[in-house]
Write a protein that binds this ligand. Structure first.
Ligand code: SF4
Length: 314
């Protein structure tokens, strides 16, 4: 599967069908912009995830270069659009992950936007397990995954952390060139829940998550209706027990055509979406409240990484 997956790439629902294998120095690039050469921008502990993922020691993140969704407002723009990152072999990455686990005692292995390198990632997980590392393996995803690929991921995953970005397909095409996002993402989350159930920390009282699905939604400024409808869709599909993380950390990165996306989220916008989540009755909610600056936020977000630094989140 390893090589064939890249020869006729259908790893994500873009289904580009290109040959990404870089045998003779030439490879065709699909929408994600990456060949079959593994590239990463950061390997290390990260303290900005939800508390049951971050814990005391941090989540052991691996940020891959490239992305199959490439939203215009991406908060990791340097790696998803600008291609920041270094080439690395599977063996070298394995060593880096093992060093991270030993040196920082991270609580999990957190693959961030790994879809376009899924075959490498599955191999890494197999090797880590063979060497006795039994930390929960977490996939931090855009939500734009095919059910077929998720079935391939099942044996290599413990926790899924998918986004549900859009209920509005016209917004999905405008910001991510992806008209079918809403239905594809709902189907993907359905498959994730079928495999792993809901995020276990809400139900077993354990501090650190071991298994399950937690859905994230980033509220976009000027797009409150999209957020409210996204929450309604999730509620209708999965019920009030669905673990949900409501995020307010949006920062404008690249200049956006939609003017509203060139500013921060207002408190009023956040309150509308948060009230809607409460009215729907979601029972397992993580809420990232906006910073306590009156009106529009102005403070620099601690969640905005700079991957040009050795420590992007500091
Ligand atoms: S992983 Fe990249 S090349 Fe493969 S289908 Fe998705 S966007 Fe296209």
């Amino acid at each position: 599967m390893y090589r064939e997956s890249y020869e006729n790439c259908r790893l994500c629902p873009r289904y580009c069908g290109v040959n990404r294998v870089r045998d003779d120095g030439v490879a065709h690039l699909g929408f994600c912009g990456e060949t079959d050469q593994l590239r990463v921008a950061y390997v290390g502990p990260h303290f900005g995830e939800e508390p049951p993922i971050t814990g005391m020691n941090g989540s052991g993140t691996i940020f891959f270069t490239g992305c199959s969704l490439r939203c215009s407002f991406c908060q990791n723009y340097q790696i998803s659009h600008k291609g920041l990152g270094v080439e690395i072999s599977t063996g070298e990455l394995l060593e880096k992950i093992e060093d991270m686990i030993r040196n920082h005692r991270v609580h999990n292995i957190n693959f961030v936007t790994p879809d376009h390198f899924f075959p490498h990632v599955f191999r890494l997980v197999s090797l880590l397990r063979k060497e006795g590392f039994d930390l929960p393996v977490l996939y931090n995803l855009s939500g734009y995954q095919s059910v077929e690929m998720l079935k391939s991921a099942e044996d290599y995953a413990d926790i899924y952390l998918p986004d549900f970005k859009y209920s509005d397909s016209s917004l999905a095409i405008k910001l991510s060139k992806c008209r079918d996002y809403p239905q594809v993402a709902l189907d993907a989350i359905g498959e994730m829940v079928k495999q792993k159930g809901f995020f276990d920390t809400f139900f077993k009282g354990s501090e650190i998550a071991k298994k399950g699905v937690l859905v994230r939604h980033l509220i976009l400024p000027g797009n409150v209706r999209n957020s409210m409808e996204a929450l309604t869709s999730l509620f209708v599909e999965f019920g009030k027990g669905l673990p949900l993380s409501l995020m307010s950390q949006y920062q404008p990165i690249a200049q956006q055509k939609d003017e509203a996306l060139n500013r921060l989220l207002s408190h009023e916008e956040f309150d509308k979406v948060y009230s809607h989540a409460m009215e729907l009755g979601f029972e397992n909610l993580f809420v990232q409240f906006p910073e306590k600056v009156p009106g529009i936020q102005t403070a620099h977000s601690p969640f905005l990484p700079d991957f040009q630094r050795a420590e992007p989140f500091v």
